[in-house]
Each structure stands twice: as C-alpha cells, then as structure tokens.
Design a protein around this ligand. Sequence first.
Ligand code: MRU
Length: 347
Amino acid sequence: MLAIRFKNNRLFYLDQTQLPSKEVWRECASLRQGYRAIKELQVRGAPLIGVFAAYCVWVAVKENKNSRRGSFYNETLKTIDYLQSCRPTAVNLAWALKRLKNILESKKHLDINAIKCFLLAEAEAIHRQDRELCAKIGKFGASLVQPDDVILTHCNAGSLATGGEGTALAVIYEAARRYKNIKVYADETRPLLQGSRLTAWELMKHKIPVTVICDNMAGYVMAQGKIDKIFVGADRITAEGDAANKIGTYSVAVLAKYHKIPFYVAAPFSTFDLNLRKGRDIPIEERSPDEVRKILGKVYVTPEKAQVYNPAFDVTPHKLITAIVTDRGVIRPPFDKNINYFLRRKR
Ligand code: MRU
C-alpha cells in the first residue's frame, strides 16, 4: 500500500482527506500545491511529510529556469524554508529538508542541472531509507508481541503515514505475519479521525481484524481487560524520551499506566530530536477551531461561534512509556542514557 508515488519525474499522492470513502490520487505539480497538501493533511504522518516535502523541493527546482547559480541557490533555500514552516511538530519534516539543504550547500559550485539531479537523488534516498526503517521497526517491535495479542493504537502510524509499512502499524503487520490471531482496537482520534478513517481502512485492506472505538471508550476497554499492549507512533522524541504524538496519546498512556498495560512508542531515528531535552520544549501545532466545531468540515457539532482550543499533538512523558521501538532496536529506560547509546553509537 502506497501513500505517495514518484514516477517519470512526477509526484503523485493519495489525498487522505478523501479516505475512506474515495481513493483519489492527485499530482503535485507545484510547490504551492505540495505545501497545501501537507498543511491540509492530504499528505500526513511524520515520516511521510518529510519524504513528500523532499520531493516537493524537486517539483519546485524542476520548474526553476534560473540560469544564475547564486539566485538559484537563494530561491531553493527559500523553497526549503517555506516547506519547513508548514507543520511545526513532526521533526521528520525538518530532518528531511535539512538533508536537502546540506546537498544544496555541498553542491553549490556545480552546474544548476547537476544540483537538481543531486537534490532528486537525495529525495529518493530519503524515501528508500524510510521504507527500510519501517521494516526494521516492524521486526524489532514484533518481538514484543505474542500470539493472540490484542493491540490498541491511536491515530494512524501505518503505510499512510510513512514511505513504508509504518511505525506502530509496521509492528502489527509483522506480528500478524508471524503469529495467528493478532487483533487491533483503533481509537477514532478526534478531531480529524485518522484512527477510524485511515487506520481502520488500512488494517481492513490487510485483512487484520480491527475494532474502532471512540477515544473516550479506551479506558473502559482497558478496564474490561480487552487490551494486551499499546503501540503508537511519534512526531518528535526528545533526548529524555518524552514523545509528541497525535492529541489523545497522552490520555491513552495515562490510562495504560493505571491498568498496567505496556505502552510502546514506535519511531525511526529521524523522529528523535536530541537538541531538545524535555517534552515541554516541543512546538505543538494548533489548528483551526473549525476542525473541532465541525465534523470533517461539514456538520457543526458545536454552536457556530463556540470558543475552541485545538492542539494537534500532546506529549507523553517518558515515565509513561514502557519502551521505544526504533529501527536500531528496542530502547528501554533509563531513556536519556539509552537513547544516546542507541542513536549516537549503534548503527
Ligand atoms: O496530524 P497527523 O495526522 O500528521 O498526525 C500523525 C501522527 O500523530 C502519527 O501518529 C505520527 O506522525 C506517527 S506516523 C508514523
């Protein structure tokens, strides 16, 4: 299952705002369109927006007819900064664009067409690498799962959120290949319903049994003893192991602690931000009040002018996390020491 395609030098994406009712593929033909696709969550999920934005740089430079190296360099830098300003929480976006910035810098003495080729090659390398990282996360994470396990997940951390099989969902896919009878509960994930629209759609396509619950049912389902493990993705993880993820993840982690259910975060190394120590330093995106006022932009579920607070992410403190599943292995507490060890030394 793919969320984006790059073919014959053209970039295509599955418009996720149309799922699950319609599978609409669109071409990203301009920088502006790429920016809007990310901003409006047509393309979403931390690793995927990094991969997609890298290709968007190519879409922009491909059309750039500038023949003066200096101005081509400045315009491309502006393009990269513009894309980076799109969504603030997922560090994968900044990480991927930094890689393109480094290419631009190191190749700036070359002919413009050669620079364009190097930028494209880097975008393709980021895409390929993300696919591999997902596969590794799946393998490491599946070692934590047992046959017959019932797993709860929040938001969508699958093929629709990455260049590969996902992070939390890659674990589930790999576990389902290894063991019989893996079942999933998917939180619907208000306000934009990534759980009920996207995770349920993805898992059903893979024929993995999935039950959708409203977010406020998670506690009751845990109290009933229906959940063995929780796997979620992340948008940014600090040096101490605090993890930002879709709003509602923190509540799930608190409930998991109370019910003594293991709570795992799955993420590639590109989701770690070792420049930040504490979760409170992570920039949290606030989105339009209308996302809460209306269901999927259609029916008002509050008075039209109701005051609304709409943070798109929250931060789960490391104390609530049992382990972090990465492409380099499963990191356990003490996180500050072990994250440093896994990320800086182990390859
Ligand atoms: O706002 P979204 O849909 O981009 O948020 C996505 C999430 O929070 C995911 O859980 C996270 O990016 C991990 S995806 C592998």
